[in-house]
Structure formats: C-alpha cells, structure tokens
Design a protein. Structure first.
Length: 115
C-alpha cells in the first residue's frame, strides 16, 4: 500500500466506494465520475503504479484482472451489445490516479477515436 494513493485507501477501507466485486487480488467499484452509463474500475489490491511499470511476474495478476473485467461486463449486462476496457497510462494518456486500473465502460455506443 502507498499511503498517499486514493485507490490504496479504498482497498484499506479508509475511503468508501460503491463496490461491485471484491476478492483476494482485485477490487472493482463504480467510478465516481462516470463517462458512460456503466463505468466500473477494476484495480489490483497490490499497488502497481501503471501498466508501464508491470513486470513479467505480474502476468498472473494482470490475467486475473482482465478475466474479472470480462466476467463483470457479462454480469453487468454489457457483453451482448459490447463494451470497452481501457487502461490510461501517464499524463498524456489521461491517467489521474497512479495505481493500475482498468475502466469498464458500457451502456452506450463508444466513439472512435476516443478523444
């Protein structure tokens, strides 16, 4: 845990979140500033700064994060029409919280290019 990381504080229960899923490795919760009708964040419980800083030994955790995102999209009713999973990396990528997280966005048609 990093003491100044808002997502680490959510994991520790110091900051409330609208949880969608919780297991021993990842936590998923509704984004407080949703960009689509469904906007869920899936985060690893171990602090990893971003996708740019993962190591080969993080592969199992990343696989679990992605399979959890896929299962949640199905559970949330997004799979039939489609959805988007996004990782923002760095300032130019739009990363606001420097703790690895996947955005699950759905419930509306997504535009391309995204922004």
């Amino acid at each position: 845990m990093t003491t100044d990381c808002i997502f680490c504080k959510i994991i520790a229960g110091e900051i409330p979140a609208s949880k969608v899923y919780d297991d021993d490795r990842v936590l998923a919760f509704n984004d407080i500033n949703p960009q689509a009708p469904t906007h869920v964040l899936v985060i690893p419980k171990r602090h990893i700064e971003s996708l740019a800083t993962v190591n080969p030994e993080d592969g199992d955790l990343l696989g679990h994060l992605l399979t959890t995102a896929s299962r949640l999209a199905t559970d949330l009713g997004l799979a039939e029409r489609g959805y988007r999973v996004v990782f923002n990396i760095g300032e130019d990528g739009g990363m606001a919280v420097y703790h690895l997280h996947a955005h699950i966005l759905g419930g509306r048609r997504m535009a391309w290019p995204p922004g």
